[in-house]
Design a protein around this ligand. Structure first.
Ligand code: HEC
Ligand code: HEC
Length: 488
């Protein structure tokens, strides 16, 4: 099968037909005994179209799933999980401050590779930055978070980029208006139907961002982490490899930025190439998109339909936006706005079509664009208050975001992503809804005061949203679920 893959150049998009020759890597050993888990992939080969899309994704999956070893560069004796030089000694493995697992898959395993995790796979976020490490799981030292799944991560990453572009355009329009009129210009910040407060530009070009809400004042949507503080799958991947495994990416820790090829002091140089990180990012971005199970039993089918309607009527859809449109379904790796230390050279991009390539089910096409049914607004909300306080259970401030704010959780996998809540300490969907306070208090109270049957309808609706088997259509009749699906 031929795939059309597009490599974006600095000036123009050029169409490249990707190599049909399988990639094997260059193995210097005879494969016997303890050997490296993988051979490096080069960004140049990826961008030049010398490697098939399937092989890039397979390499990404290998790096994601493989138990990483000393030979690969696992461990970071000289640095913390946040990437700083370490003073105290570092245990080889430690559950709290990490290295905490030998593979990404160790946590991201439900219902399969790339998915979420049980409570036992929780991460003690920010404990990785401590030097000396902490052996304590006390909330004073870290924020305990449940593992999220990356099915649909490509569409989410793409949506964040388009929303950011819209917010930047509004900011620029305010600047222009102020310069033209000689008066301060205030414009509402809104993209894809989601309001992020307003911005004021002064005639001298200075910006007043004090009324910006739900996003950082730099107006960059950061869809990742339940806190909404990371802007791309790639940025998260570079962080995660260092944090969880002590595997350091050349783009952040290589000789050009740190002056040494072995920044973490474990004896292995250049542990992850730019191409390796591209492959892992593309593996996640091309995972299947969650979809829906169509109930066969008419009573359950009616409950789902009633629940879906009620979900909007009582105010859940205000944050959990049922669908958003993506103008351009072409996903390019890397993102232009990746921060310093995460590869962002878009003259060396690799692109694929989220609606045509990658695992099925894929994003639904809609004209030239696509529909993302993720049930989120990619906005941060204050989600607890003094009475409904469950979600106010964190103490350590992450990236300056107040401890009571979280990004609206995607619900497109709600049917098979238990346990629930950012800490994974809620066992049922009902408990998760009842825990909503703060800005979600009115919707939560409306839910609680519904008759039992109406509440059950909403739960039935949420249960129908699932990570589906690979190869399935985006809406699957319940009866077909057990039969399995051919192809990808
Ligand atoms: C010890 C368990 C653990 C390991 C190992 C792990 N993760 Fe995660 N991952 C998590 C948790 C927990 C979260 C949610 C973090 C949060 O919300 O603060 C997460 C979130 C993510 C996200 C963001 C998802 C989203 O929607 O916000 C990405 C991307 C990701 N991980 C990639 C990786 C990669 C790549 C690796 C391997 C290099 C990896 N993870 C290893 C537990 C783990
Ligand atoms: C003000 C915005 C807002 C409103 C309104 C809202 N939610 Fe949420 N919802 C969130 C946020 C933010 C989270 C993440 C909470 C956390 O774990 O910190 C969340 C989490 C959830 C979860 C947990 C999902 C998981 O996998 O852990 C469910 C289920 C849910 N919401 C359902 C609903 C329902 C049903 C309603 C209507 C009664 C609703 N929400 C109203 C913002 C909102």
């Amino acid at each position: 099968m031929q795939r059309q893959l597009i490599s974006a150049g600095l000036t123009a998009l050029s169409l490249i037909l990707v190599s049909l020759v399988p990639w094997t890597g260059a193995d210097e050993s005879n494969g016997l005994g303890d050997v490296r888990s993988f051979q490096h992939m080069s960004q140049e080969d990826i961008v030049a179209g010398r490697i098939r899309f399937e092989d890039i994704v397979a390499h990404g999956k290998l790096l994601f799933d493989a138990p990483l070893t000393r030979l690969d560069g696992q461990g970071r004796p000289a640095t913390t999980g946040a990437g700083a030089k370490r003073v105290a000694s570092q245990p080889d493995f430690i559950r709290t401050s990490a290295p905490d697992s030998s593979s990404c898959f160790g946590c991201h395993a439900q219902p399969r590779s790339g998915g979420g995790g049980d409570f036992v796979a929780n991460v003690f976020v920010l404990a990785q930055a401590l030097d000396p490490v902490t052996f304590s799981v006390d909330p004073l030292f870290s924020n305990e978070r449940n593992t999220l799944g990356m099915m649909g991560a490509g569409p989410i990453d793409a949506l964040g980029r388009e929303m950011t572009r819209d917010l930047f355009a509004i900011r620029d329009a305010a600047k222009k208006q102020a310069a033209r009129t000689g008066l301060p210009a205030t414009l509402p910040l809104s993209t894809k139907g989601v309001a992020f407060g307003s911005i004021t530009a002064n005639p001298d070009g200075a910006l007043d961002t004090s009324k910006v809400s739900g996003v950082d004042r730099d107006l960059i949507i950061k869809p990742f982490h339940q806190k909404g503080v990371v802007r791309s799958v790639r940025e998260f991947t570079v962080n995660a490899f260092n944090h969880h495994h002590g595997m350091q990416a050349v783009e952040r820790f290589g000789i050009a930025r740190t002056g040494t090829a072995d920044f973490d002091g474990d004896g292995v140089e250049d542990e992850l190439s730019v191409g390796d990180i591209t492959a892992v990012a593309l593996y996640q971005a091309a995972l299947n998109t969650p979809g829906r199970v169509k109930r066969t039993d008419p009573v359950r089918a009616a409950a789902v339909a009633a629940g879906e309607a009620a979900f909007s009527t009582i105010g859940c859809a205000g944050c959990h936006v049922p669908q958003m449109s993506l103008n351009d379904p072409i996903f390019c790796e890397p993102y232009r706005l990746n921060p310093e230390g995460t590869f962002n050279d878009t003259s060396k991009s690799f692109c694929f079509d989220l609606t045509r390539d990658g695992q099925k089910p894929r994003l639904e096409r809609n004209g030239g664009g696509a529909i993302v049914r993720a049930f989120t607004d990619l906005k941060r909300h204050m989600i607890c208050d003094s009475i409904v306080s469950h979600f106010c259970n964190e103490k350590v401030v992450q990236e300056g975001v107040p401890v009571d704010q979280f990004i609206t959780r995607k619900l497109w996998d709600a049917g098979n992503s238990a346990p629930y809540g950012h800490r994974g300490d809620l066992t049922t969907l009902t408990e998760a809804i009842e825990a909503h306070g703060g800005e979600a208090r009115a919707a939560r109270d409306a839910f609680v005061s519904l008759p039992r049957t109406d509440r059950d309808d909403i739960i039935e609706f949420l249960k129908s949203l699932e990570i589906l088997p690979d190869g399935a259509p985006i809406v699957v009749p319940e009866a077909a679920l057990k039969s399995g699906f051919a192809g990808k």
